[in-house]
Design a protein around this ligand. Structure first.
Ligand code: SF4
Ligand code: SF4
Length: 385
């Protein structure tokens, strides 16, 4: 049986996606290998702040619907839950808005399954954590018998790739996420934290929407791109490794994969392990990486040693005043409180900015630009070849 499977799907036609998802899960031994009749099953898509499915920001509703209907058919109760991105308040109103924008309210109505509106949280201890021993999580994660993660495959400004492991970050409630950016000193630590989190939450199955993903400045403001696949695995690290290979991203430049590799969590010889239709014919050689992502620098000793250099090198968030509506989402997101709103426009003080790009990720107006300072431009000439 395959560790990771890939089935081709070139669009989001509901029937086709349903068949493809069913096939992918059968490749892994069938849904019965993961769930039992009567269990409470949580589906955890990538909701971010909610977005029209055509923008490829969120897990497509046809993928959520396919998995939800299969789980329901198996006699389980289904709850669809995520907490929106770091800058959004974790409230009934923000969830309603995000579910509607992403088409999940229609999925829930069509199938008569539950959308989570419980905004309570609780703590889970995780003594085996390398970096983190305790996490605050959204309530439905704590109450589910089984978690099925439904990530969207995209590029990501901070982690290079967002897939199976990064999707679990959504189990941390709204604004609490932003504090992790200020607590983790670099990408490597952020990757370690995410691997701890995945181990603490332990999704039993991951079904990845890699039909139309995102390249460029993901996870919110990149460009949709056809990847043509539904991928699945019981092992989110193996799945991310296969996804990195699909996209042509050096796996060890992705902090979660580097952390997983250090812990011995990655299976060997992955090329032989991708089952179903396999990777052949789908491999991407010209993916546009995020502007912030420098291959091989994210986890290298040099990157850590050059910690003091990374700040001027890193792109700075700059407000496009023409586009800014003064909504304040970026200011609420910022873990270092660098952003104020005056005269209905955002203003960023770069003194304490840690370049986490939460503001860029959360701005629905695309009004945060990322630019290098003069010193950063000079360094870029040396560091990027
Ligand atoms: S930069 Fe974006 S998120 Fe911030 S206030 Fe302006 S429109 Fe809102
Ligand atoms: S201003 Fe800096 S610290 Fe604040 S959210 Fe934006 S990138 Fe992060």
């Amino acid at each position: 049986m395959s560790v990771v499977t890939l089935r081709r799907s070139s669009d989001y036609d509901e029937d086709q996606v349903h068949r493809t998802v069913r096939l992918a899960i059968e490749d892994l031994g069938g849904l019965g290998s993961f769930i039992k009749k009567g269990q409470k099953v949580l589906l955890k898509p990538n909701l971010l702040i909610g977005s029209d499915p055509s923008r490829a920001v969120t897990t497509h509703p046809s993928v959520v619907k396919a998995v939800a209907s299969l789980v329901k058919e198996a006699g389980c109760t289904v709850t669809i839950a995520d907490s929106p991105g770091a800058g959004a308040v974790y409230s009934h109103a923000s969830l309603r808005k995000a579910y509607h924008a992403s088409g999940y309210d229609k999925v829930a109505a069509d199938l008569d399954v539950e959308l989570n509106f419980n905004t309570e949280t609780g703590d889970r201890s995780f003594h085996e954590g390398v970096l983190m021993k305790r996490f605050t999580l959204i309530r439905p994660v704590l109450e589910a018998d089984v978690i099925i993660s439904l990530p969207k495959l995209k590029t990501h400004m901070l982690t290079g790739l967002t897939g199976a492991v990064k999707n679990i970050f959504g189990c941390i409630p709204g604004f609490e996420k932003a504090t992790y950016h200020s607590r983790m000193s670099d990408r490597a630590d952020f990757g370690e934290m995410l691997v701890d989190l995945e181990r603490a939450v332990r999704p039993q199955l991951t079904v990845m929407d890699a039909v139309i993903g995102m390249e460029g400045d993901g996870p919110h403001n990149g460009r949709p791109r056809l990847f043509g696949a539904i991928m699945a695995s019981a092992d989110p690290h193996a799945l991310d490794l296969a996804a990195a290979r699909l996209l042509g991203i050096e796996p060890m430049s992705v902090p979660t994969l580097a952390a997983a590799s250090k812990r011995g969590l990655l299976p060997p010889a992955m090329e032989q392990e991708v089952g179903g239709d396999g990777l052949t014919g789908l491999l991407i050689h010209d993916l546009e990486l995020p502007a912030t992502f420098v291959k091989d620098k994210g986890t290298s000793v040099a990157w850590r040693a050059a910690g003091s250099l990374t700040k001027p090198y890193a792109l700075r968030p700059v407000v496009d005043r023409e586009k800014c509506t003064g909504c304040g989402s970026c200011a609420r997101t910022c873990p270092r409180m660098c952003i104020t709103i005056s005269d209905h426009k955002a203003r960023i003080s770069h003194k304490n900015c840690i370049r986490c790009y939460c503001c860029h990720e959360m701005c629905a107006q695309d009004a945060i630009r990322l630019r290098r300072s003069m010193a950063g431009k000079a360094m870029a000439k040396v560091m990027v070849r």
